[in-house]
Design a protein around this ligand. Structure first.
Ligand code: PNS
Length: 161
């Protein structure tokens, strides 16, 4: 039986930390779908289309990774995709409380779906999409923590503001 896993997130934008988690998930599961949340309530720096394009471009080297977007409840989307697993990355203990609560909530909603945590590489333990946006905005260098396509796209964001 082939096991499909969903790696959900805001990916605003995707970072090398996310890519690391997606690659490791793809080495374990038959298919991984990186799924960008369409969240009307939360304002994002990049559109869903842009976030998907950046993710697709930076993960094209992994054959069993696809990129998609979703709205509504994650567990409903996971069922619709006939996936069995939700992937989440952990950077530090401070991530754990929120992640644990989300995993339990999702289990309550859909007990058949498993949440699978992958621990980041220590070199990405401090990397987040929001810090990338902020560092870039104030002129710091983010070249080493985002894929090239994101680095180029950040420049257009900067110009637009
Ligand atoms: O990258 P993020 O912002 O930490 O990802 C959070 C995400 C997208 C996984 C979470 O907000 C989510 O699943 N949202 C969809 C709505 C939902 O199912 N909420 C209940 C989960 S407790």
């Amino acid at each position: 039986m082939k096991v499909r896993a969903i790696y959900p997130g805001s990916f605003d934008p995707i970072t090398n930390g996310h890519i690391y988690i997606a690659e490791r998930a793809a080495a374990i599961f038959d298919e991984v779908i990186v799924s960008v949340l369409v969240n009307e309530r939360k304002s994002a720096a990049f559109t869903v289309k842009e976030r998907c394009e950046m993710a697709r471009d930076s993960l094209k080297h992994v054959a069993n990774i696809k990129v998609d977007s979703f709205n509504g409840l994650l567990v409903d989307y996971v069922k619709q995709k006939e996936a069995a697993v939700i992937i989440r990355g952990l950077r530090a203990m401070s991530d754990f409380e929120y992640e644990f609560q989300m995993a339990l909530m999702n289990r309550q909603l859909a007990p058949e779906i498993e949440t699978f945590f992958i621990v980041t590489d220590p070199k990405y333990s401090y990397v987040s999409s929001s810090s990338v946006r902020e560092i870039f905005h104030f002129g710091g260098t983010v070249k080493d923590v985002v894929p090239r396509v994101v680095f180029e796209k950040l420049k257009t964001l900067h110009k637009g503001k």
